[in-house]
Ligand binder design. Structure first.
Ligand code: FNR
Length: 193
């Protein structure tokens, strides 16, 4: 079977640059040998994590659904914005809640291989958020994270009216990372077939 690759962004803002990056990643993946699945965290609404809430009401349904999506994926690409040199709460909160699901079916987070993208209107491309996402995934959740990553600087002028990259080099970079992701995801799909 073709590897299933989940793609989502850490922003649900209209006109979000990281959502644009995620959409372009899905577009590149659609040209390759895989099954891309683009989702939006807007469809997985969750309250801010609170241990009392968890104790009284359990993990929100949206967190279980997101975790199910991760469990079914062979590869995951996450495009994150940078907030105050770190991860946006929307993304961190979704990962935190999803990490609290106890389903007895092994660790869903460890099924797929992950690739990281970041974007920022600034010159650093959100690399600190990318590093924090790497820390959370690899050190916090024990995920396998690819060394290859995309960091898009100057994001506010990076896309044309159709949402494509203006700069061919940016597209090449994204394509290279998606190629590396599919390669590893296909290996995992084979192992799990
Ligand atoms: C930002 N932004 C920002 N950018 C950056 O490169 N480094 C940073 O530390 C921060 N800090 C920050 C904090 C907060 C609270 C906000 C709201 C924004 C700017 C950020 O990159 C910009 O708003 C992006 O457009 C957000 O990503 P999306 O929504 O376009 O994907």
């Amino acid at each position: 079977r073709q590897p299933r690759i989940l793609v989502f962004a850490g922003s649900i803002r209209t006109g979000s640059f990281s959502a644009s990056l995620a959409a372009l990643a899905a577009k590149e993946l659609a040209l390759m040998e895989c099954e891309p699945v683009l989702l939006s965290l807007a469809d997985y609404p969750m309250p801010i994590y609170d241990g009392d809430l968890e104790a009284s009401e359990g993990v929100p349904a949206a967190a279980r659904q997101l975790r199910d999506q991760l469990a079914r994926a062979d590869g995951v690409f996450i495009a994150t914005p940078e907030y105050n040199a770190g991860l946006p709460p929307l993304l961190k909160n979704a990962l935190d809640w999803a990490s609290r699901v106890r389903d007895g079916e092994g660790d869903a987070f460890k099924g797929p291989v992950y690739a990281i993208g970041s974007s920022s209107p600034g010159g650093m491309g959100g690399y600190r958020a990318a590093m924090m996402l790497r820390q959370t995934l690899a050190l916090g959740l024990g995920c396998l994270v690819l060394g290859e990553q995309v960091m898009l600087a100057g994001a506010s002028s990076a896309f044309d009216a159709r949402g494509d990259f203006k700069d061919e080099k940016a597209r090449e970079r994204l394509r290279a990372v998606m190629t590396a992701l599919i390669e590893q995801a296909a290996l995992r799909a084979g192992l799990r077939a």
